[in-house]
Design a protein around this ligand. Structure first.
Ligand SMILES: [Fe+2]
Length: 359
């Protein structure tokens, strides 16, 4: 349906966080937005006041409801003039989207990392995938940097092109996302849990832990000019990992596969100046390996593709107890980039990875 008074800049993106979907929608004009699933309505509001001036609308809905109904309706009331009394607006318009939760037995994942704002090269690889996509994973450095608010559009542009608002997406932040004057506002544009970029999610038989290592060099590095405090961030995150392990939600009934998603493959000690936080990352690896026992760590950052088994190429400190999948091939210059993604099939027997290139 074509809207008369407004239009979607990008179709809705349906992000999985915890046991809810956070649906992010960008409209051309200032508006009040609701989502209806079955008889229940969910609004984008601030303590009873519709949010109209935010650049994107973010609405949380229970996963169980959207999975059950398999569709959602976005309703929008476009503003003419927001006033203290008698605001003027157009009549309500709406559009309904189908939604397909991940299949029960086998889940096919399109994993993208290090897109760096390059939609064309990335989509060149996505189009080469032979098979369905049930879940999209955006694993960091999807934006080139946060120095311009328009750079965030690549997130919704990819979600639109790959999912059409009908499939779930998992988002994880990368180190480049922390750079630039809008980095502190990124949380308004992406899914978060309690405003944090690390969280867990459950999609059918799959349980996941999304981690965020922040910047890739020490906070005092001249490149950051005193603008980051990732050491404190990672300290808090470690407490979160411990709380996840204490709650053991990954042992819940029906979970057959467990993955950890993190832009930076923190199990691997990269050369200086990227060899930061080794004692902490060794602790994270041990905590996760001994307790969660994931099928794999999905990562990017290295601009390469491959699987490092236990004792493999990336296990240079001998600490891995689970395989590390790196799906972030990126070589060449603008206009002539070779981009590679990871196409992962998960089922009760394990997981299979295909690396797919645009060339
Ligand atoms: Fe990176």
């Amino acid at each position: 349906m074509i809207m008369k008074y407004n239009e979607f800049v990008y179709l809705p993106s349906v992000f999985a966080v915890g046991n809810e979907y956070q649906i992010i929608i960008k409209f051309r004009k200032e508006a009040m937005v609701k989502i209806k699933i079955g008889d229940k309505v969910y609004c984008d509001h601030s303590n009873g006041v519709f949010r109209s001036s935010y650049p994107v609308h973010k609405i949380s809905v229970p996963m169980s409801e959207l999975d059950k109904y398999g569709k959602y309706t976005v309703s929008v009331v476009t503003l003419i003039n927001r006033l203290a009394y008698c605001s003027e607006c157009y009549e309500e318009e709406s559009e309904t989207f189908n939604f397909y939760p991940v299949p029960k037995d086998e889940i096919k994942i399109c994993h993208l990392a290090d897109v760096h704002g390059d939609f064309k090269s990335c989509m060149g690889a996505v189009k080469k995938i032979k098979g369905d996509i049930d879940l999209l994973v955006l694993n960091g450095d999807v934006v080139d940097h946060s120095g311009n608010v328009r750079n965030f559009n690549i997130i919704y542009k990819l979600c639109q092109a790959i999912t059409k608002g009908e499939k779930p997406v998992v988002f994880s932040r990368g180190n480049h996302d922390l750079r630039g004057i809008y980095a502190e506002k990124l949380e308004d544009y992406i899914p978060t849990q309690n405003r944090k970029t690390y969280y867990t999610f459950r999609l059918g038989s799959l349980w996941g832990l999304v981690l965020d290592t922040g910047e890739d060099k020490v906070d005092s590095h001249e490149e950051y000019g005193n603008t980051v405090c990732c050491e404190y961030f990672r300290e808090d995150e470690e407490e979160f990992i411990k709380s996840v392990i204490e709650n053991k939600e990954y042992e819940e009934e029906g979970i057959t596969r467990k993955i950890v998603i993190c832009h930076n493959p923190f199990t691997y000690c990269i050369e200086p100046p990227f060899d930061i936080e080794r004692p902490r990352f060794r602790r994270w690896t041990k905590l996760i390996g001994e307790n969660i026992k994931p099928d794999c760590l999905l990562s990017g950052h290295l601009h390469t593709s491959g699987i490092s088994e236990v004792g493999g190429e990336l296990d240079n400190e001998g600490i891995q107890t689970f395989p590390v999948v790196v799906g972030s091939e990126r070589t060449g210059n603008r206009g002539n980039v070779t981009f590679g993604l990871a196409y992962i099939t998960l089922n009760k027997d394990g997981f299979n990875v295909e690396f797919v290139r645009n060339k």
